[in-house]
Design a protein around this ligand. Structure first.
Ligand SMILES: Nc1nc2c(c(=O)[nH]1)N[C@H]1C(S)=C(S)[C@@H](COP(=O)(O)OP(=O)(O)OC[C@H]3O[C@@H](n4cnc5c(=O)[nH]c(N)nc54)[C@H](O)[C@@H]3O)O[C@H]1N2
Ligand SMILES: Nc1nc2c(c(=O)[nH]1)N[C@H]1C(S)=C(S)[C@@H](COP(=O)(O)OP(=O)(O)OC[C@H]3O[C@@H](n4cnc5c(=O)[nH]c(N)nc54)[C@H](O)[C@@H]3O)O[C@H]1N2
Ligand code: SF4
Ligand SMILES: [Mo]
Length: 895
């Protein structure tokens, strides 16, 4: 560890998930976990451990661009200001909008929000947090009077029962899941998963409830009714600290008169429901973790309140080891909520409903025309864009063409709108393609500011690399535009520290009730800010230390100091399956990818988990649709279409399919599920229902398939189906088409151009084609093979050959043309441990050779011994093998 704490290493924070791990960044560039950070104590997951591999400038946006032409900052900023000013003057302030991101730093976010709400004078700033945290925010506000996450990470260590609802933490918050499985090993914490899908998390929990999609409200209403029935409520707490209990219980009882009704409605065995209810009733230290299976629903806010109701009714909140705990998604999802980045919030946890709040923010900002009503929420905002009601839009730090629902419509709106500005770090994104102006943003490692994680902990992101090209931080661009719009005095910031101090001061300004208060940090000097240690809010005036746990006194930031139980009823999802669309499409994340893959999609070892977009299908549904493993399927809904490679899986029940959210047209056209996903939103939070869309599956008829390895980054637009994967030394392209193999050859050859050093093998009759292109020194540049569908060989040995930089010898050429490795090929199977590239086949072999636990697997293969993110999957292999010692399957059913 000493090597890691040399002065050259800079303490910063991981730019991925809301766990908010401390990372040491160095100039070499190296990255490692920061042993001194309280969120991770030095650990990092697969994505965090590969951060050093994402710092290349290959795909970066390095200069301002106007209509595809490079320009200077002055020209670009003048144009942005002129077009925003023109729209505001002609059509009013509500004709312009910002669409921001939980990946902005708090300082960027604060400036964007202040400019739009305080000085442009409309609240049309919304953020991708609408797709992510909006239902949790709304649920917190309904229950607590403010967007408060009461728990801290120590509660995960100290709980006796942890319920994960719609959270695949093993993949999405791996370091927090490690804390949970460590707590289980240390003190016997029991873990329950509630998810329609046997995710990596569900398969590593002690009890798994494979709930029918969208029925969480019923399950938790049933829990409340059950707790009342058996006398397990905390009457004193209810009386002293809450309001709304009788109506809430009545609603719950109407939904769930008995356990059998719940079991039927949720599609669960009665014994499973009983086991879960009994565990909750018998355990005081219960933490309920929830994430997108809860939030991304047309009734997401009700799901949140159904969960919180149970904690309030039993007083299981505000003490060690207990409470409702919404895991935040993005690195700064929480910071965005602090500054008020959502269109229905104002700033510093103030909303639009109270005149005093408006006055306070207006006075503090000295804002000439403060927005006085909420703006458009993400889905509405893009509808307005498509209808021409928004004339100028600035998208910063997010990729809505891929990540919003009904994405074909979003893409059309981006294309047709009057003026689109996109600030991003990378050049090619599905959204950037439509931009009039592209502004090059400083990336992680280059920019500085703060982020807040799931437990309200504010950590510094610090720069450890110089700004490349003409890239600039987002706060700087916004400030420059604000000055050009005539608001120079209010945006006279010279550094992130200036902005942070103002944000901290606003949080304490005439603050009588709100818990979000970091005014203790308002007088940080530049040096203090530079040295700021991770600290949990609130940090009220006169204080520098943070606060770990909130709501500890049974007092809430509501007018009467009481929490609200909210009566909720189970309702149907926005759209039910039908004969035209009989399957429910669920979407979510993979362990090794981050969102639209702009960074993780460039790292070969992170692409090893899945090379192409896929659709996980139950064998019965696949058979019904005429699909086999490895086929390509179209996924069609009433809104649009997506495409993926079929993976048979019984981790979902028949009737449900799952697609990862990560692929975009940059890596695989139609690989994003976004076009197919329905745009219905939760009525309270405005969060879209990204986890539940009725679809049908159909096979894509194929005449040929191909594999192309190339040093070049291509877009094989002339091919029906293609998917690009980075590999050592270049890129691999999976290709396929509906025509005859010969047609495939011609199309693929067209991509390669006329190169001299070419060796070919062509067999028209069998539809086989192979071609290797070398440079003058005999080194491989491109390699192409075409075969009948399903007949391509395992490509791993080819990748190895492609990675080597030496010239091809005659034996290599022969083996390339024969499409057969000269040495023995050991099929790796699906890669499980991406740190060491260990696949499922080797793991199964080691288990049948006698490995009985993850330690033995690690000793034999090294898998799981670096970042440990694959330990949940390794336990699953162990459990499935013979004589497995570590449990990874439901086991606390009543005997
Ligand atoms: N590896 C990785 N980690 C990430 C991210 C990433 O892109 N990659 N992104 C980050 C972000 S921004 C976010 S928001 C988080 C998201 O983190 P999670 O919410 O944990 O991840 P998801 O895969 O979106 O969805 C979680 C689960 O919800 C389940 N689900 C679907 N419908 C229902 C339902 O009706 N009820 C219940 N109970 N469950 C349901 C899905 O099957 C899925 O397993 O991850 C963060 N961490
Ligand atoms: N079907 C489906 N859709 C989903 C979800 C789902 O589960 N299913 N989940 C939703 C959720 S929870 C989320 S959070 C969203 C995420 O979706 P997006 O936000 O659209 O995805 P990202 O790929 O993270 O986009 C971030 C972009 O910002 C750029 N960037 C990174 N850092 C900076 C910076 O500092 N400044 C600027 N200007 N740019 C930067 C990156 O290069 C990238 O292009 O997707 C949502 N969409
Ligand atoms: S769990 Fe992984 S992705 Fe999330 S913050 Fe930590 S290292 Fe980064
Ligand atoms: Mo998210």
């Amino acid at each position: 560890m000493t090597a890691l704490t040399t002065p050259a290493l800079v303490r910063t924070t991981c730019p991925y998930c809301g766990t908010g791990c401390g990372v040491l960044g160095g100039p070499s560039p190296v990255t490692a976990g920061d042993p001194g950070h309280p969120a991770n104590h030095g650990r990092v997951c697969t994505k965090g451990s590969a951060l050093g591999e994402t710092l290349s400038l290959e795909n970066r946006l390095l200069h301002p661009m106007v209509k595809g032409e490079r320009t200077g900052w002055e020209t670009a900023l003048d144009l942005v200001a002129a077009r925003f000013r023109a729209a505001i003057e002609t059509h009013g302030p509500e004709s312009v909008a910002f669409y921001a991101s939980g990946q902005l730093l708090t300082e960027d976010y604060y400036v964007a929000n202040k400019l739009m709400k305080g000085f442009i004078g409309a609240a049309n700033i919304d953020t991708n947090s609408r797709l992510c945290m909006a239902s949790s925010v709304a649920g917190h506000v309904r229950a607590f009077g403010e967007d408060i996450v009461p728990c801290c990470y120590e509660d995960l260590d100290e709980a006796d029962l942890v319920i994960l609802v719609g959270s695949n933490a093993a993949w999405c918050h791996p370091i927090l899941f490690r804390r949970l499985t460590d707590a289980r090993a240390r003190r016997g914490t029991r873990l329950v998963a509630i998810d329609p899908r046997r995710s990596a998390t569900a398969s590593d929990c002690d009890l798994f409830l494979p709930i029918h999609p969208g029925t969480d409200v019923l399950l938790f209403n049933g829990l409340l009714a059950h707790l009342a029935r058996i006398g397990a409520l905390d009457k004193a707490y209810l009386e002293r600290s809450t309001a709304g209990f009788p109506a809430t219980l009545a609603a719950a009882q109407q939904d769930a008169p008995d356990v059998e009704t719940v079991a039927r409605g949720c599609g669960l065995e009665v014994a499973l429901v009983e086991a879960f209810y009994a565990a909750f009733a018998a355990t005081r230290r219960v933490v309920t973790v929830y994430s997108q299976g809860v939030n991304q629903s047309s009734h997401g806010t009700d799901k949140v309140n159904a969960i919180i109701n149970c904690h309030l009714a039993t007083g299981r909140i505000g003490a060690p080891g207990m409470g409702p705990f919404s895991f935040t998604g993005q690195p700064n999802a929480m910071g965005g909520r602090e500054v008020g980045g959502l269109a229905n919030q104002l700033a510093a946890h103030a909303g639009f409903t109270e005149a005093a709040d408006l006055d306070r923010v207006r006075d503090f900002w000295r804002a000439p025309r403060l927005a006085e009503r909420p703006g458009l929420k993400a889905v509405e905002l893009f509808n307005a864009l498509g209808e021409g009601r928004i004339r100028a839009l600035w998208v910063m730090g997010t990729n809505p063409a891929a990540s919003l629902p009904d994405a074909a419509r979003v893409r059309a709106a981006l294309e047709s709108c009057d003026f689109l500005v996109v600030s991003d770090c990378v050049a090619g994104t599905d959204t950037a393609r439509h931009a009039d102006v592209l502004l090059p943003a400083a990336a992680w490692g280059e920019k500085a500011g703060t982020v807040t994680n799931s437990e309200r902990r504010i950590s510094r992101q610090r720069a450890f690399m110089p700004l490349p090209g003409e890239a600039r931080p987002d706060w700087w661009m916004l400030t420059q535009v604000a000055r050009r719009l005539g608001h120079g005095a209010a945006f006279a910031y010279d550094s992130p520290a200036d902005i942070f101090r103002e944000h901290a001061a606003l949080s304490g300004f005439r603050n009588e009730r709100r818990l979000f208060d970091i005014s203790g940090l308002a007088d940080l000097s530049d040096a203090d800010y530079e040295a700021l240690d991770p600290v949990q809010w609130p940090v009220p005036a006169g204080q520098r230390a943070g606060t770990a746990r909130l709501l500890t006194q049974g007092r809430f930031p509501t007018p009467d100091g009481r929490a609200r139980l909210v009566p909720v009823r189970q309702a149907a999802p926005a759209h039910a399956p039908s004969t035209a669309a009989p399957l429910v499409l669920n979407t979510g994340r993979l362990r090794d990818q981050w969102h639209t893959m702009t960074r993780t999609g460039e790292v070969p070892r992170l692409m090893a988990q899945a090379a192409e977009a896929f659709v996980a299908v139950h064998p019965l549904d696949a058979a019904a649709a005429g699909l086999r493993e490895g086929d390509i399927a179209d996924i069609t809904s009433a809104w649009g279409r997506a495409r993926g490679r079929v993976r048979l899986s019984d981790d979902l029940s028949a009737g449900q399919i799952f697609m990862p959210m990560h692929w975009t047209d940059e890596a695989m056209p139609f690989g994003s599920p976004g076009r197919a996903v329905n745009p219905d939103c939760d009525a309270v939070s405005g969060q879209p229902e990204l986890k539940h869309t009725p679809v049908r599956l159909s096979p894509v008829p194929l005449g040929w398939e191909g594999l192309l390895l190339s040093r070049r980054r291509l877009r094989p637009e002339n091919i029906d189906y293609w998917a690009r994967t980075p590999i050592e030394g270049g890129h691999a392209y999976r290709l396929a088409g509906s025509g005859a193999a010969e047609d495939g050859m011609e199309r693929a050859l067209h991509l390669l151009g006329d190169d001299a050093g070419r060796a070919e093998l062509r067999d028209q009759r069998r539809g086989i084609f192979r071609c290797a292109i070398t440079d003058d020194a005999g080194r491989m540049l491109d390699y192409l093979m075409i075969a009948a569908p399903g007949a391509l060989p395992d490509p791993d040995w080819l990748f190895t050959m492609f990675a080597s930089t030496g010239p091809l010898d005659s034996q290599m050429r022969r083996s390339l043309l024969a499409a057969r490795s000269s040495g023995p090929v050991v099929a790796a199977g699906e890669i499980v441990c991406s740190c060491f590239g260990i696949g499922s086949e080797a793991i199964r072999q080691a288990i049948s050779d006698g490995a009985r636990d993850t330690a033995a697997l690690g000793a034999a293969l090294k898998c799981g011994t670096n970042c440990g993110s694959c330990l949940p999957e390794l336990r699953r292999f162990i459990a499935a093998g013979e004589g497995g010692r570590e449990r990874a399957m439901p086991c606390f059913l009543p005997s």
